[in-house]
Design a protein around this ligand. Structure first.
Ligand code: GLV
Length: 340
């Protein structure tokens, strides 16, 4: 099914017919302001973000929706707007959108890849370095006035340089993490269902291994796979048990890739050395048994949270709407089959 002609509609006098564009959250740089000249722009009533009820009401009669990853865009929501033509998700991941339901309704879904790759890779590295060198416990130690003298056997962390990094999902962000590993002299292993070609493996100096081998060999396991049925609880009790007791787990991908309860158990029992999480199974809720774990660094989903990255994501999502309304092909279609 193809989307109906996607050109700004004009009336008999050539004046653009206003379309309803729903922006579900205020975005850095507010690149959608320009829509207000010709279109009906609907923004959150609190100036921050729409809750699901407000979003459902706002969507009636809408042509375009720009949601966040926290907005569940399912069949019921899509049915509130039979004239909807585009869902421009402000995220690279789009597990919050029922893409099959959108496709059935000829609604284009777009995402915001590339612009957040480096910022997210930086954060994965921040977690690895922070865990290995115990930045948070050491900071706390100093502020609590416990730094009385320098002792050679105290506050010892783990090495990063020269160790083994296991990357689960060597896509854009996984590759950016692998590039940084070269500077740290690391051996890089990766796992994903489809092996990369030899040239790419050479470029990233990464060796494909089965997941079991990656878990058993790595000093740092960093997750960069999308959330799918096949990756849900990929890191379950069994997988965690295959990691070395000296190894660290980092998750900047999606929360449900890790079984949080089992991770808390592993941290409590000391069967792994630590975990750095930026994402959670039921965000913004965090598994309560994770909170007391001092071997964990817990961040509030800030992988892409640099000003320039968030502005670029906002611009890309809004551009997708602009492109569609102007009859151009949006840059990052998730379900291109609905395009003419
Ligand atoms: C962030 O988690 C994203 O998918 O962009």
């Amino acid at each position: 099914m193809a989307i109906a002609t996607a050109v700004d509609r004009t009336d008999a006098e050539g004046v653009i017919v206003p379309e309803k564009i729903v922006i579900a959250a205020a975005l850095p740089g507010a690149p959608y302001d320009r829509f207000a000249e010709h279109h009906e722009l609907v923004l959150p009533s609190d100036g921050i973000v729409m809750e699901s009820d407000e979003l459902a009401d706002a969507l009636e009669g809408a042509t375009a929706l720009v949601p966040l990853l926290i907005h569940r865009v399912d069949a019921a929501l899509l049915d509130r707007a039979p004239g909807l033509r585009i869902v421009a998700n402000v995220a690279v991941g789009y597990d919050n959108v029922d893409v099959a339901a959108a496709t059935e309704r000829s609604v284009l879904v777009t995402n915001t890849p590339d612009v957040l790759t480096e910022a997210t890779a930086d954060l994965a590295w921040a977690l690895m370095l922070g865990l290995a060198r115990e930045l948070i416990p050491n900071d706390r130690y100093l502020r609590e006035g416990r730094y009385q003298r320098w002792l050679p056997g105290a506050l010892l962390g783990a090495d990063v340089f020269g160790r083994t990094l296991g990357i689960v999902g060597l896509g854009r962000i996984g590759q950016a993490v692998a590039r940084r590993a070269k500077g740290f002299g690391m051996r890089v292993l990766y796992h994903q269902p489809r092996r990369l070609d030899r040239a790419s493996e050479e470029k990233f100096d990464a060796r494909w291994v089965v997941l079991e081998e990656l878990l058993a060999e790595s000093d740092f396991v960093s997750l960069h796979c999308p959330l799918r049925k096949s990756t849900h609880h990929l890191m379950d009790a069994d997988a965690l048990a295959q990691m070395k007791p000296t190894a660290y787990l980092v998750n900047t991908a999606r929360g449900p890739v890790v079984d949080e309860k089992e991770l808390a158990n592993a941290l409590e029992a000391g069967t792994i050395a630590g975990a750095g999480l930026d994402v959670y199974e039921h965000e913004p809720a965090v598994e309560p048994t994770l909170l007391p774990q001092t071997r964990a660094v817990l961040l509030p989903h800030v992988g892409s949270a640099t000003r320039s990255t968030r502005e670029a994501m906002a611009r890309l999502a809004v551009e997708a709407v602009d492109d569609l309304l102007a009859g151009r092909r949006p840059k990052h279609p998730v379900n291109p089959e609905v395009l003419p």
